[in-house]
Design a protein around this ligand. Structure first.
Ligand SMILES: Cc1cc2nc3c(=O)[nH]c(=O)nc-3n(C[C@H](O)[C@H](O)[C@H](O)COP(=O)(O)O)c2cc1C
Length: 374
């Protein structure tokens, strides 16, 4: 099935290592039928060197479509081979990570966000990935790295990659990365967001698709970004930390489908069946704790959320099934919370993106000669 059979990627959940694993994606899909889901980044080397163990890294339930595999790497042959090995799993798009500043990733050679400094390599990598798959390919990047942070340098990167590879979709985490040793978490907070770079890309590359990412925390903001022209909006931390109020509203408020009449009790009943069926399928893993982890944001800001989380923490010590953990802890959550349907998006507006559009940098003009000798 090709991407054209799915809802357009107006809303997606970001790739997040150790977070957007199979368990989280299963939960996300129980809540939203339409959001695009990204895997956590999988290093090309992991795929290439684990050929006997591929299901563990690449298998997912068929209900998770539309789903994008994000890979990371800096060796063309491994990116090619990893794409080939992933093809039978039927991902809907393959994405290359050019945004991760983690010293584990960016510190060793040219990998993650450091790839932004070598757009020629990224173009080659994307060509090799595209040659080994029949689904679309995309790049997720920042708006710059250290002092390579001018709008023109970002455009040079987009121009080089899109004109020398089949890449037509870029996801723009709209802050630069600092490679001065600050933690990955600080690198998602400290560099300021510059949505004006994102909106300028829409103006200067009208034939490409761009998804905006970074610092967006509500469905009102998702819709405000789209009203100002964003092709797609990607949420990371908010979709993980508050899945009910974010993902619960995506299908209706973003895609215009009728509001779904589900409750968290129903979601948990279905999740329990999934959870107990996957416990320990790979020796000791996944553990009860790993399977329950994505649920910890489900009652975000609800009464007794903290008490429930404390009870869950205690239950991890002895519960051996998800069913028993739910039986022991869910009594802490009031019935009216468990049985509440998804509520309409609260009215409210934001002018963040209107402001960004009033700050656009001057239009990009490509200097082929400079790029040629860069
Ligand atoms: C725990 C965590 C892990 C992440 N792992 C990845 C990753 O594997 N690949 C990637 O491209 N970005 C990764 N990111 C960055 C997110 O995809 C996203 O770009 C970033 O969090 C900004 O979006 P947000 O403000 O909506 O969270 C990660 C973020 C977090 C919080």
């Amino acid at each position: 099935m090709g991407a054209q059979h799915y809802p357009p990627p107006w809303f997606s959940v970001a790739p997040m290592m150790d977070w957007t694993d199979n368990h989280y994606r299963t939960l996300a899909r129980l809540i939203s039928k339409k959001a695009w889901l990204y895997t956590e980044m999988i290093a090309a080397e992991t795929i290439v060197y684990q050929t006997g163990n591929l299901d563990r890294f690449l298998a997912y339930g068929p209900e998770q479509h539309p789903i994008v595999l994000q890979i990371g790497g800096n060796k063309l042959e491994n990116l090619a081979k990893a794409t080939q090995l992933a093809t039978p799993y039927g991902y809907d798009e393959i994405n290359l990570n050019c945004g991760c500043p983690s010293p584990k990733v960016a510190g060793h050679g040219c990998f993650g966000v450091r790839l932004m400094l070598d757009p020629k390599f990224v173009a080659e990598a994307m060509s090799v990935i595209a040659a080994n798959t029949n689904v679309p390919v995309s790049v997720k990047c920042r708006i710059g790295v250290d002092d390579h942070d001018s709008y023109n340098e970002l455009c040079d990167f987009i121009y080089e990659v899109s004109s020398h590879s089949p890449t037509r979709h870029f996801i723009i985490h709209s802050r630069k990365a600092l490679l001065n040793g600050i933690s990955p978490a600080d690198n998602r907070k400290i560099p300021p967001l510059k949505y004006e770079y994102y909106y300028a890309l829409l103006r200067d590359f009208p034939d490409l698709q761009f998804t905006i990412n970074g610092g967006i925390t509500s469905i009102e903001e998702v819709n405000a970004a789209r009203t100002e022209g964003a092709h797609g909006v990607m949420l990371g931390r908010a979709a993980y930390g508050n899945p009910w109020q974010i993902l619960g509203l995506v299908d209706s408020a973003v895609y215009g489908a009728p509001l779904r009449s589900i409750t968290r009790r129903q979601v948990l009943e279905q999740y329990q069946v999934y959870g107990d069926s996957v416990l320990k399928i790979y020796g000791p893993r996944p553990t009860v704790r790993e399977v329950v982890k994505p649920l910890l944001g489900l009652f975000h800001a609800e009464p007794r959320n903290v008490v429930w989380k404390r009870a869950v923490d205690a239950a991890f010590r002895h519960c051996t099934t998800i069913k028993s953990l739910f039986e022991e802890t869910l009594g802490e959550i009031p019935d009216e919370v468990l049985d509440a349907p998804i509520t309409e998006v609260p009215s409210g507006s934001t002018d963040t993106f209107i402001k960004a559009k009033s700050l656009l940098p001057p239009p990009y003009t490509v200097n082929e000669e400079e790029l040629l000798y860069a």
